[in-house]
Write a protein that binds this ligand. Sequence first.
Ligand SMILES: NC(=O)c1ccc[n+]([C@@H]2O[C@H](COP(=O)([O-])OP(=O)(O)OC[C@H]3O[C@@H](n4cnc5c(N)ncnc54)[C@H](OP(=O)(O)O)[C@@H]3O)[C@@H](O)[C@H]2O)c1
Length: 373
Amino acid sequence: MRLALDAASTALGRTAPNPAVGCVLLDSHGQLVSVGYHARAGTAHAEVHALAQAGGRAAGGTAVVTLEPCNHTGRTGPCTEALLAAGIRRVVYGTVDPNPIVAGRGLARLREAGVEIVGPTLPDECERLIMGFRTWVLTRRPRVTVKLAASLDGRIATASGESQWITGPAARADVHGFRDCHDAILVGAETVRRDDPSLTARLEAPRDDHQPRRLVVTTRPRSLAASLRLFGPTLAAGTTVAAPAGSDASHLSAGGATIWALPADERGVSLEALLDRAGADGLTSLWVEGGGRLVASLLARRLVDAVVWYVAPRFIGGDGLPALGPLALSVLADSPRLVRVRVTPLGDDLRIDGDVDYMGSGYSTPTSPKTQE
Ligand SMILES: NC(=O)c1ccc[n+]([C@@H]2O[C@H](COP(=O)([O-])OP(=O)(O)OC[C@H]3O[C@@H](n4cnc5c(N)ncnc54)[C@H](OP(=O)(O)O)[C@@H]3O)[C@@H](O)[C@H]2O)c1
């Protein structure tokens, strides 16, 4: 299963709206035959990829899959039938497919056909691979993870707006790893105006030339200069500006950027509408890199699923920019908090990450099932 997990990770962040899945085939003597993974939506599923390499050698053998094999026909045929046709006698699985049109039916089909089913094996690791997919398939919105880098006194920039760099090289490299695994990166317009970021994943050893999409939310697209990096010739095609319907963003679309004209609410663009639109575009995971006002708006709307928070051992002072904009809380019991918290030292900095718990707000895991195409 660890080999299957590694194979699946190869394509993490590249399979949307499908999950990253890995498959290892063993022959009837338990010898390794092949390793497959799902590379992109519309291409072979992991099982079929592994079977294609096996060339019949897996007959009577075992398939080890990070995710329950599908039993429906989407853009490709059902993996259950491909495994049966190849003569697989045992399936070891990592986690059940959250897609309501699979949800145990793939395993049931295999069991009915006489295949031995073993699992769940390493379910937590296998589940981590499909977190974005789980959220998307149940809500048709991406899983939202917020990243901020703050000083010990909770500031994300100096009074003059300087924020590069609060953390050290290890924490910054960590951020690039997260960017690489997400379908898209979202930022508020003030971060773009002040920092002129490129929001690309820059890894020491890149897996490929894939880059996440880049989203900017603004009420005033005219305030975003076409000369900013995100709108330059190399990045514009992967950049989307989310703005209220009716606003003029022609100078950005002329350079190749995509414009989403979205319904407005009292905060500007409806952030729920933004997530619905991202989901409709097949984005299953969104990595939000600030700034503090956008993050506070998302938290206040209970739209953040997880947080990755870097703390640097320095002080910026009360005149610096607070990590979060107002949340309008009066009682502590209402404050969102992290659960399943992990603390990881990175050089002199700390990474604190966890899932957001909105304290009995009713929100915890996605529950409104809609079927996948
Ligand atoms: N240390 C870190 O991790 C980190 C990360 C990011 C940024 N920063 C720093 O933070 C500063 C910027 O942060 P900030 O809190 O001032 O601003 P921000 O959150 O980056 O941007 C706020 C702007 O985003 C747009 N926006 C937010 N919600 C919106 C909505 N619902 N609809 C439409 N537009 C919306 C608005 O743009 P318009 O005004 O165009 O309408 C708003 O003025 C910079 O100095 C940057 O360097 C630090």
